[in-house]
Design a protein around this ligand. Structure first.
Ligand code: GDP
Length: 307
């Protein structure tokens, strides 16, 4: 079994390649710090992006939502003056309705996610990082807000001063999360936002310790190429928090548990410095334009794991 740590779009793209190049069982540990309650519904954006992508129904242009989905419900809500800044398609709403109803009946997010995965015919195990409520809050010079509000509503405006995982002190990773890390033959840290996606998973008790303790190899893929993210606000978050905005900066964040790190050809000049942090560095094309590139990148990760 291979375990992976995943956020949303960057991770899902990588995983699309990975499922095609390995026969190993996969346990995908997914960030839920981006989860938000909107219109009375529990939205788990990263979990849904990973499931829709692996099910082959994601809107690949956007990287989220269901391909060809309509937005009739949101349009109807606008008539009532509802502030609909988070796009939720009609089919997507069915997922959120179903999840919310089951949560209200007392089911755990992990159980509901497993049902969702199975309804979509996804073979890999999808493990929300926790069944407890953790909310990623961003403090900028414009105030304190939920990460989704910062990223989607305000389009990542304002200088980032701090990131807080609200509820993390009481949250526990699920047993499946810790057991997957302990049992895995190899672990991959997907090319995801190192602060809000991977950072949230790493902030849970026991996760980082389990990664440090495992004898299995751990490889990471840099989400930053030539000092910039392919998509999303990773640069604004890392820069705002005083970190180096580069593949080197990401390697620094993971240096206590990574055995190997995959960086882009454009970052070849960082290879020696990253190796000096105590990890092997593999240099390849990491821009996942199509399936071929996704599969190639996954093969490089598997080679680094020796699986
Ligand atoms: P989000 O929660 O939807 O923002 O998704 P993630 O946290 O999984 O991913 C965001 C990160 O994925 C960003 O930092 C991107 O730079 C990275 N990413 C997206 N596409 C690619 C790609 O083709 N190659 C690499 N190396 N990183 C990518």
């Amino acid at each position: 079994m291979i375990a992976t740590l995943a956020g949303g779009v960057g991770a899902a793209r990588f995983l699309e390649g990975l499922v095609r190049v390995t026969r190993e069982e996969l346990s995908i540990i997914v960030n839920t710090g981006d989860d938000i309650e909107l219109l009375g519904l529990h939205i788990s954006p990263d979990v849904d992006i990973v499931i829709y992508t692996l099910a082959g129904i994601v809107d690949s242009e956007k990287g989220w939502g269901v391909k060809g989905d309509t937005f009739h419900c949101l349009d109807a809500l606008k008539r009532y003056g509802c502030d609909v800044w988070f796009m939720l398609g009609d089919q997507d709403l069915a997922t959120h309705l179903h999840r919310t109803l089951l949560l209200k009946k007392g089911k755990k997010l992990s159980e509901i996610t497993d049902e969702e995965r199975s309804a979509f015919g996804v073979e890999a195990r999808i493990l929300p990082m926790t069944d407890d409520r953790v909310e990623t809050m961003v403090i900028t010079d414009e105030g304190k807000m939920h990460f989704q509000e910062y990223m989607v509503k305000r389009k990542a405006q304002g200088k980032v001063l701090k990131v807080i995982f609200k509820g993390i002190e009481r949250a526990r990773p699920t047993d499946d999360v810790i057991n997957s890390i302990k049992r895995a033959k190899g672990i991959i840290v997907c090319p995801s936002n190192p602060i809000v996606s991977i950072g949230a998973i790493l902030s849970l008790p026991d996760v980082r310790e389990s990664l440090r303790a495992t004898k299995a190899k751990i490889v990471g893929v840099s989400p930053l190429i030539a000092g910039a993210p392919v998509k999303g606000p990773a640069d604004k978050l890392m820069g705002g928090l005083g970190m180096r905005v580069s593949a080197y900066g990401v390697a620094e964040l993971y240096q206590d548990f990574l055995d190997a790190f995959i960086i882009d050809n454009l970052d070849l000049d960082l290879k020696d410095r990253i190796e000096a942090l105590g990890m092997r560095v593999l240099v390849t094309d990491t821009i996942m334009k199509g399936l071929k590139e996704k599969m190639n990148l996954a093969r490089v990760a598997l080679e680094a794991l020796g699986v």
